[in-house]
Design a protein around this ligand. Structure first.
Ligand SMILES: C[S@@+](CC[C@H](N)C(=O)[O-])C[C@H]1O[C@@H](n2cnc3c(N)ncnc32)[C@H](O)[C@@H]1O
Length: 271
């Protein structure tokens, strides 16, 4: 069933009593609200949700891996598809608790079931039309102090690889897998001879890429990504970065405005 919501028009960030609230609207007014903690701004998750609903797919039973505190992509889907039902998993107990109260505040307990645990482990067997994730995939050096929120192990693939390997068994025939993925991990080609690209991993697990939508993420000075740039350079010598205007040669990282290509990837199960 297709609806005509235009995501940017129906999403607002409001400030009430000095606190930020994400608000999701329908034609007849405010539908859902997510109160954000100070400093939180789940832009990438919102992008994931927006790109899914722009993709001309109409899922009814879906799974988000790594919902976090706000599950922004899931709220976009809930606001856009009135018959959708969602399962989510989250490993962090605090984030899991915050999201459960937001689900309750919005009266969504019947449509959005959040589960505490690792990736697919807490789920009861069942098939989904779509699995999606804005999972932690920042490559970090050994002993780097990063939270679950960001870090994806030494080469960034710690969780993403398992998601790709297991998604297929949780999807219906022709089901979809939607991701946002750092380009430096190697999407269509390898950026390190020894680390397979996303395309290779998807093919090995019975998926083909059916859509790619551009998205760039700003690398904040002193943010987690900025801190691990030297490590990324070691692991992915061929990786490219961007400034506001042009592609930078590999690792000319001196630009003040540094961006990383972080596209939305939609893959479909074949066979
Ligand atoms: C980048 S955040 C995304 C949060 C939220 N989905 C969003 O889009 O804003 C990644 C989330 O995945 C969770 N996570 C990391 N490893 C996980 C695992 N093994 N199983 C389930 N969730 C995990 C983290 O705790 C974090 O909340």
């Amino acid at each position: 069933m297709k609806t005509d919501l235009k995501p940017k028009t129906y999403l607002k960030k409001n400030i009430v009593n000095d606190h930020s609230i994400l608000e999701f609207y329908q034609d007849d007014g405010l539908n859902y609200q997510i109160p954000l903690a100070d400093g939180d701004d789940p832009k990438t998750g919102l992008t994931l949700g927006e790109k899914i609903i722009e993709s001309d797919i109409f899922p009814e039973k879906v799974l988000e891996i790594g919902t976090g505190k706000y599950a922004p992509a899931s709220f976009i889907l809930l606001n856009n598809f009135e018959n959708i039902s969602i399962d989510g998993t989250e490993i962090d107990e605090y984030d899991y608790g915050v999201l459960n109260s937001i689900i309750q505040q919005n009266g969504l307990e019947d449509r959005f079931k959040n589960h505490l645990g690792n990736l697919f482990d807490p789920l009861v067997p069942g098939k989904y039309d779509l699995v999606y994730s804005n999972i932690a995939l920042l490559p970090v050096p050994p002993k780097f102090n990063a939270t679950h929120h960001d870090h994806g192990g030494y080469d960034g693939w710690l969780y993403l690889n398992e998601i790709i390997e297991k998604a297929s068994t949780h999807l219906t025939k022709d089901g979809y897998l939607a991701l946002v993925v750092f380009d430096f991990l190697g999407i269509h080609k390898r950026n390190s001879t020894s680390i397979p690209s996303l395309k290779e991993r998807l093919h090995e697990n019975g998926f083909i890429i059916v859509n790619e939508k551009p998205h760039y993420k700003y690398i904040r000075k002193n943010g987690a990504t900025y801190q691990v740039l030297p490590h990324i350079k070691n692991v992915y010598p061929e990786a490219l970065f961007y400034n506001a205007k042009k592609q930078l040669t590999p690792f000319s990282l001196t630009s003040d405005d540094l961006y990383v290509y972080y596209p939305f990837i939609l893959a479909q199960k074949i066979g």
